[in-house]
Write a protein that binds this ligand. Structure first.
Ligand SMILES: [Zn+2]
Length: 245
């Protein structure tokens, strides 16, 4: 496509040349797009402020060399001031966009993923929602979106209803005491995962570091790494949730 405009989220940026950056976007209807932002590292750059990681923008693009685009016009869709004012919220957002950047889907548009990411950003931008479980919840929602939702209502190996004592990302869900592999899972963590996947997410995010949150974060991280088959370097900060383990 020679030129187009679209809503987009900035996943990350990296240096190229003297004062330029490549800006990696996930767009609503054009999938992942790379933009050459010329002069963005100069302090006078207007583009710099609008193309920071986690920005939610509307952008006007024209094709440059290779698969790169150049931005003709960018404007914020949302300023996300609450998100930007909190280190914990920014880190939660980074954990999410890093995973989106790892999705092997160049040139494949997926509006469902775009909607999930936007919901994450808008959730992180509201004081009423605790950011602790936002990345873990996103990982579970993304797995469900990809048709890889973990089994958490019975033993994934033998089908027994319970008691379920372990979670193994390689097998894809919870396990009973006879079949156990992977890591052990507490009843609290299991209940939280069921609520996140079962439509109770908004209530979960109103609770500040609920019991089992640290475990849920570790399990979600394992499950998403297993799904993409690689290590992800940004681990959601579990310092605030670790105390319940
Ligand atoms: Zn079993």
């Amino acid at each position: 496509m020679r030129e187009f405009d679209d809503d987009a989220v900035v996943l990350r940026t990296y240096k190229t040349g003297e004062s330029d950056r490549i800006v990696v976007l996930w767009t609503r209807t054009h999938g992942k797009v790379r933009v050459l932002a010329k002069g963005i590292r100069k302090t006078t750059s207007r583009l710099g402020a609008t193309l920071e990681p986690l920005s939610f923008v509307h952008i006007d693009l024209v094709k440059s060399r290779g698969d790169l685009y150049i931005a003709r016009h960018v404007q914020h869709r949302e300023r996300l001031g609450v998100l930007r004012g909190s280190y914990q919220r920014i880190n939660a957002g980074y954990a999410v966009v890093e995973v989106v950047d790892a999705i092997p889907s160049d040139d494949v548009a997926d509006e469902g993923i775009f909607e999930l990411v936007i919901r994450v950003l808008l959730t992180l931008d509201q004081e009423e929602f605790d950011p602790t479980l936002v990345p873990a919840s996103f990982f579970f929602k993304l797995l469900a979106h990809d048709g890889s939702e973990p089994v958490v209502d019975c033993c994934v190996n033998c089908g027994r209803k319970g008691p379920l004592v372990a979670f193994d990302a390689q097998v894809g869900g919870t396990l009973c005491s006879n079949c156990r592999s992977g890591r052990s899972i507490s009843a609290d963590a299991l209940a939280l995962i069921r609520r996140i996947l079962g439509g109770d997410l908004a209530t979960v995010l109103h609770e500040t570091s609920p019991t089992g949150a640290g475990e849920v974060m570790a399990i979600a991280h394992e499950a998403i790494e297993q799904h993409f088959g690689k290590r992800l370097k940004v681990v959601p900060s579990s310092a605030d949730a670790a105390s319940d383990q």
